[in-house]
Design a protein around this ligand. Sequence first.
Ligand code: OAD
Length: 246
Amino acid sequence: MAEKTAGEKIGELRDRLAKAQHLVVLTGAGISAESGVPTFRGQDGLWRQYRAMDLATPEAFQEDPKLVWEFYNWRRELLAPLRPNPGHLGLVELEKRLPKFTLITQNIDGLHQVAGSRNMLELHGNLWWVRCTACGMKEEDRTVPLPVLPKCRSCGGLLRPHVVWFGEMLEPPVLNASYEAIEQSDVMLVIGTSGTVQPAASMGVLAKRTGSLVAEINLDPTPYTDAYHISISGKAGDIIPQLVDG
Ligand code: OAD
């Protein structure tokens, strides 16, 4: 049988979404690429220019918190002027239309929230939040740049970015809520993620195992492309609006 065209796959997915009861969406850096956020593993990817282990680990922060904060201040400066794109906005529309909707994102850029997404689980934290290394206080702080080194308002302790670094555990309540949503979902979309970082990478397969229809939207093939029910090759900002409007 001939491979279905992108248009046919989009139509099939749109019909399935119209009947969905609980949609779970997992997003990665690809959905923010069209807003101007660099991905991690693409041609100009962040981890091609910088060594993650020097900048995004608890050890790096312990050794040189100033260097790590300068890196995060640079990323905050880069992201501050960026706006959500039609991909983010399409997901907001799907959330409004469907009985139940859960967005699980690996992105720390906060663009889903700016777009208007509500029921959201941020697996890797958020670049616009800080956390005290001494008392655990967490708060949103959009100051750009933050003073290096930034100090906690309540106890004077050293603040760190409220993001998950390599070698750190994801927050158990966020992870548990993600698994619960996946188990309850009947459709899952996996958008703009290379499927290389666990546990997010295997969430689509888990959804398939628990009976959901799983569709991938990605510019390039991933290790899971052939495993999902539907895989659509293209830009999230082109395809998601077609799922909403078609
Ligand atoms: P990657 O940079 O690994 O992958 C981005 C994926 O998006 C690639 O498969 C691209 O082909 C695809 N892509 C690029 N532009 C796209 C577009 N316009 N539309 C659709 N797809 C597009 O990013 P992630 O998979 O998100 O973790 O990376 C996972 C984690 O690795 C990140 O959360 C981060 C990183 O290390 C932490 O910082 C803990």
